[in-house]
Design a protein around this ligand. Structure first.
Ligand SMILES: [Zn+2]
Ligand SMILES: [Zn+2]
Ligand SMILES: [Zn+2]
Length: 54
């Protein structure tokens, strides 16, 4: 039986939910994408539809 665990992306503005398997882990937090994990230093959004973070 597979355990599916999801968490909201640790980015404040991001509404995405990621599974722990796919998440990018940085400083013990789980992010949905590289831009989120980088704190949007490059002015990119996470790239997920409907999400306006970044
Ligand atoms: Zn997002
Ligand atoms: Zn995110
Ligand atoms: Zn974000």
């Amino acid at each position: 039986m597979a355990t599916v665990t999801t968490m909201k992306c640790a980015c404040d503005k991001c509404l995405c939910v990621v599974s722990l398997e796919d998440a990018i882990v940085k400083d013990g937090k789980y992010y949905c994408s590289e831009p989120c994990a980088d704190g949007h230093t490059k002015d990119q959004s996470c790239g997920h539809g409907g999400c306006t973070c970044g």
